[in-house]
Design a protein. Structure first.
Length: 143
């Protein structure tokens, strides 16, 4: 299984530079759709329902305070299987052209983030986990 760092490294190799907000959303959608298409998580790291949408704290800890990234020093693209790369490429082709705030707003309308927020007011800090089960169920229902 790949790590979120492997996924971030691959995304930035393919679509650099990116805002860190957009990077987080692309990693999230890669996880969500990989669960649907391959029936296994893409990476084991926790995804949380933050105010601006889903965030992988392990990635945030590496880019905290940065608006944009061109590369990712952690992880290795070689850790990604052909199926994992195919998932990420599909996500980049579909979600990649959209801007960061569009993706953030999109996640705010989707059940995994909404349910994990548990009714917190808009803009409030939160760190509830968005479960892989909720991602698989919701995005699987869209197929």
């Amino acid at each position: 299984m790949a790590s979120a760092h492997d996924v971030a490294k691959y995304i930035l190799r393919e679509r650099s530079p990116l805002s860190t907000v957009k990077l987080q959303k692309l990693v999230y959608y890669s996880q969500a759709w990989h669960l649907v298409w391959e029936d296994v998580p893409l990476f084991p790291e926790r995804v949380e329902a933050w105010a601006n949408g889903p965030v992988v704290p392990a990635l945030y800890n590496e880019h905290r305070g940065e608006f944009q990234r061109s590369s990712w020093k952690l992880g290795s693209i070689q850790n990604l299987t052909t199926a994992e790369r195919r998932t990420i490429d599909t996500i980049l082709n579909f979600y990649g052209p959209k801007d960061a705030w569009y993706l953030s707003e999109l996640t705010h309308r989707e059940a995994p983030w909404v349910e994990a927020r548990g009714g917190l007011p808009a803009g409030s800090r939160g760190s509830s986990e968005i479960s892989t089960a909720s991602m698989a169920e919701y995005y699987g229902s869209l197929v």
